[in-house]
Design a protein around this ligand. Structure first.
Ligand code: F6R
Length: 364
């Protein structure tokens, strides 16, 4: 049942405010000020490393979480693609928690990586959407994301729910390790509780995304750029666009632009820049100027302040509500999803069942 939407993907994008709100309800105390993990949780004071493993979009959720765990909780994090991790024979030293992220909980490579960590890591934790799945069952602690059934092959609501649960986990780690003040924690939790409303506000701009997507649908290539927390999201944006619209898209950390990809820039290569107005914004503005000086067209996804500070020459601007920069990946997932969705619709591709792809990859 698509609940009045043209595609499951559109329905699942639209469900995000509700399911994120629901996930927060499962993990926060009634007054919204305490983070509660099921069972005995994780003793973040007893560990010195987190090793995160996943595939595809779930891997990008892990890359995002690395910034959170390291910046907020001071906990070193390794992130790996499951198919690489499992065959590299990486040392898993004592004091390591191994964390696996999977919507289906059945991805073959992720499950094999989990089994490799059994008996090596201090504890096996998973962040899953299907609580009865193999990955959940074989974990010491399974943290459900409560996204509800996801049918569209391209993951959307599972990604933002994964981010929500991983951010809560990073905040819990920061609290346990004495890395965050009570006030800052309370501020971030209240900003998280306001996230469903921010997503709803952003969704009211659907017409802008549709217009931008129609333009994008006429190109064969696209480049996504982001810095800091926006870098993993740039990767996710490129993946979403290529898998459902078949437009070739790549993502780079903005600072890598001049180390190679700038050679690709001309008027046939639109550049989508994810950049809320944070402390790194000025650096991103100079990257945009480098692109524009070479005839490249910039599609900027930012907030009102960023849109104003970006200066002249930006091709398209998509304006998002202001949020605490720490939370921006959850909010900025929406424009990359909507851009990919509307581009695919404009191109007439099969949005919910892209060619060659399966929802659950149970063979390697
Ligand atoms: C992309 C997508 C895939 C999955 C990947 C992992 O939109 O959906 O990249 O994220 O196959 O799947 P799970 O999370 O089920 O392990």
């Amino acid at each position: 049942d698509k609940a009045g939407h043209k595609h499951f993907m559109a329905k699942e994008i639209a469900e995000q405010p509700a399911v994120i709100g629901g996930a927060l309800g499962h993990y926060l105390s009634e007054d919204g000020r305490q983070i509660n993990l099921p069972g005995e949780g994780i003793d973040f004071t007893a560990i010195n490393r987190l090793t995160m493993v996943a595939c595809g979009t779930a891997y990008y959720a892990c890359l995002t979480a690395k910034y959170w765990f390291e910046q907020i909780a001071g906990l070193p994090v390794d992130v790996d693609i499951a198919s690489e991790f499992r065959y590299r024979e990486p040392p898993v030293t004592s004091g390591t928690v191994a964390l696996f992220v999977s919507q289906s909980g059945e991805t073959a490579d992720t499950l094999a990586a989990l089994r490799y960590c059994e008996g090596r890591a201090d504890a096996i934790v998973s962040v899953v959407n299907v609580p009865e799945s193999s990955i959940a069952r074989e974990s010491d602690l399974a943290l459900p994301i409560h996204a509800g059934v996801e049918i569209g092959v391209a993951s959307t609501k599972a990604f933002t729910c994964q981010l929500t649960v991983l951010l809560l986990l990073a905040l819990k780690a920061a609290q346990a390790r004495g890395m965050i003040s009570d006030d800052r924690l309370a501020d971030l939790l209240s900003a998280l509780r306001a996230m469903p409303a921010a997503l709803n506000t952003a969704m009211e701009r659907d017409g802008d995304f549709k217009t931008a997507a129609r333009l994008l649908s006429t190109y064969d290539n696209a480049l996504f750029l982001g810095r800091g927390l926006m870098y993993p999201l740039a990767l996710e944006g490129a993946l979403k666009l290529k898998e459902i619209s078949y437009i070739h898209a790549e993502a780079y950390a903005s600072g890598e632009l001049k180390h190679g990809p700038i050679a690709l820039i001309d008027d046939t290569m639109p550049v989508i820049v994810l950049a809320p107005c944070d402390t790194l914004f000025d650096k991103t503005v100079s990257n945009m100027q480098e692109v524009m000086a070479r005839g490249g067209q910039i599609m900027l996804i930012s907030d009102a302040k960023g849109a104003a500070d970006a200066g002249e020459g930006v091709w398209q601007t998509l304006t998002m509500p202001m949020v605490d920069p720490i939370l921006s990946p959850i909010l900025y997932a929406l424009p990359v999803q909507l851009l990919a969705y509307h581009t695919a619709v404009a191109k007439g591709t099969d949005v919910d069942q892209p060619r060659n792809l399966a929802k659950s990859v149970t063979v390697e």
